[in-house]
Ligand binder design. Structure first.
Ligand code: AMP
Length: 277
């Protein structure tokens, strides 16, 4: 396995490989959800192809310095996990490597980013698209693998690929959950015992609410169940159109019930599909 820390070296290395280049962008602190993406990438790349994993806690997508500083990091464990997963290249840029000091061009998307996480984390998604596009270009990847957990991110990456004529194929993987239903996330490691014990209520509440027949009942049920213990604070709770992520007023199309919840300063996201009636 090759560990690369500079952009120019990544470009050089990947310009010399044969077969498909398959990229898995991550922010590290790898868990089983990430490992499922790595396995998928290996399958797609085959023996001839190259699996590239990027590990970069991207400052541009954090709206709070405290959140950035508190984000879990585990370089040693991540490298061991990547090695075990038969990854070919790990790109872990050194501090200050990814952006020029006077970087002034970023990618901006205004429609799909308007609601959900985009409305409560200003600037977050511009940071995501910018780094994802840079990683696409640096790796010259043919395929990139993303998790369905970050549903809004995935929708907008697809839109960026479409609107900017980027020739990268997207492969996705369903959300991996703990045995109690909590969506796996690097941020789960920051939950204290009380919050961790409470957090499975998020998915339970969403799953039960999604069976209700009206939009109002869905939102009311989910809100009551998530807030029942008094520990979770809802950042947003919305039913949106599964295609364009716009808020829905009635349930006449396939929809997504999406939530962001704070336990203390730890913010978790999750969503479920509501099939069209
Ligand atoms: P992150 O390191 O959180 O930026 O995530 C990197 C990639 O892993 C993204 O494509 C996420 O959607 C994906 N991912 C994170 N958590 C999970 C999960 N529980 N199941 C599947 N994919 C995940």
């Amino acid at each position: 396995m090759n560990v690369i820390r500079h952009r120019s070296q990544l470009r050089d290395f990947l310009s010399r490989v044969e077969g498909p280049r398959v990229l898995v962008p991550t922010m590290g602190a790898l868990h089983d959800g990430h490992l499922a993406l790595l396995a998928k990438a290996r399958e797609v790349a085959g023996n001839q192809g190259t699996v590239v994993v990027s590990i970069f806690v991207n400052p541009m997508q954090f709206d709070s310095k405290t959140d950035l500083a508190a984000y879990p990091r585990n370089e040693e464990g991540d490298l061991a996990a990547c090695n075990e997963a038969d990854v070919d290249v790990v790109f872990i840029p050194v501090e200050g490597e990814m952006y020029e000091a006077d970087c002034s061009v970023t990618v901006n998307e205004e429609r799909l980013s308007a609601g959900l996480c985009g409305s409560t984390r200003p600037g977050h998604f511009d940071g995501v698209w910018t780094v994802v596009l840079k990683l696409f270009l640096l790796s010259n990847c043919d395929v990139a693998v993303f998790g369905e957990k970050d549903m809004q991110q995935l929708a907008i990456i697809r839109r960026m690929i479409r609107d900017l004529d980027i020739s990268v194929k997207i492969v996705t993987h369903p959300t991996l959950r703990e045995a109690d239903g909590l969506a796996m996330s690097s941020r789960n490691a920051r939950l204290n015992d009380q919050y961790r014990a409470d957090a499975p209520r998020i998915y339970r509440a969403l799953s039960e609410a999604a069976k209700k027949s009206s939009l109002e009942e869905i939102l009311t049920h989910a809100r009551i169940e998530i807030e029942a213990s008094g520990l979770a604070r809802i950042d947003y709770l919305q039913v949106v159109d599964a295609q364009n992520l716009e808020p829905l007023k009635s349930l006449d199309t396939a929809a997504i019930l999406a939530v962001a919840v704070f336990y203390g300063d730890v913010r978790l996201i999750d969503h479920v599909l509501i099939p069209s009636c």
